[in-house]
Design a protein around this ligand. Sequence first.
Ligand code: THU
Length: 145
Amino acid sequence: MTYEELVKKALEARKLAYTPYSHHAVGAALLAANGDVYLGCNIENAGYTPTNCAERTAVFKAVSEGVRNFTAIAIVGGPDNAEHLPICAPCGVCRQVLNEFVDPDSFDVILGTDDPANCKIFKLSELLPLGFGPKNMSFLEDYNK
Ligand code: THU
């Protein structure tokens, strides 16, 4: 699976975004270490706060199916009627959720556009410097002895 192919999958996922309130449609394609790809779109809600971002939809689908090892995620987003999509970075909550399951120094975040060959690639640690993660909670092991 090339990153260009992964962006194409994110563009497909974006077509299913449910965005009657913001009209900002996002698609994500999460590449698992075993080669499987989990797609996600944003799913909005009349109550606004229950809205789920595309990236978290993809992570939650994978984790709920027993998959927790990931190598990269491709993300595309923009107005749902847009012809051209500039790069769209993940929100802070999604960066935090990704940080729970990956090594932030090796996990690639691919920010795609409507042209799958044109993307920017970051390590999660660049987008979430000094992130708070599972290691910060490892002291709990002492409590469980
Ligand atoms: N959104 C995402 O799906 N991912 C992000 O990382 C940022 C925001 C969605 C949430 C909401 O449906 C819409 O974009 C506008 O915030």
